[in-house]
Design a binder for this molecule. Sequence first.
Ligand code: ZN
Length: 257
Amino acid sequence: MSKKVSKQTGCIFCNGGPLSKEHIWAKWAHQIIPSSPFSTIKSVSGDIISEAKKINKDQRRQGGTKNITTGRICMKCNSGWMSRLENEIKNTFSPLIQGHPVKLERHDLSKIFRYVCVKVCVIDSRDKLPALDKNFVQAIYSETDAPGRIQIYLSKTETSDWGSGLKSYSTGYKPASDERITIASYTWGLGKLLIHILYCSSKKIEVEVCHPGLINILAQITSKKELNWPPSYVFTANDADYVAQSLAILHRAGFPV
Ligand SMILES: [Zn+2]
């Protein structure tokens, strides 16, 4: 069975309403994320997902992610737990966006992990063909064990091209006598921070960033006890583009087999 375009109409987290139209980034982040001429680009591989053929063209948007809004979150979630999450994260996350030195302890890293997961759920919900499984989004909301795997990597960048940019790529396949598997990546520039997110709907599969040299430079936050920010290597625009395309490159090379 092919994946259907989402018909869910309630809040992506609690399924309730009424829904409110909000900027993806809260006010505190809005003030420190630069505007960018860079577009938001979404690519879906059309050979496996039949619906993807309809939206296979890259979706481009001026102004980067800063101006993106979503209408898929209810007022209660937005002014409740999500607002508390924003308040809890801003002092930890602001130095990363601004490129200021900071030492992140394990509890800071787990806060960042949850925050990025929530943001990815919100961004993904804007798509006609969301990559994230509904049950995965529910698990992020209820802070229970998520069906699927998400890996988050951070790096520093100073290229204005990525100051407020997002590139995403997703693909899906169905192994014989098994559930359908979706793999997606999101590469996200926020000021001087570059975030690379890999999602797989199955825990049985470990997707890797394809360039072996990059794995040592990108900081995977789940595997760290602490992180001294910023890292010494600063990503160029080319590095960032390469990371953004890495899942597509891996897929063209025949992964997963
Ligand atoms: Zn809600």
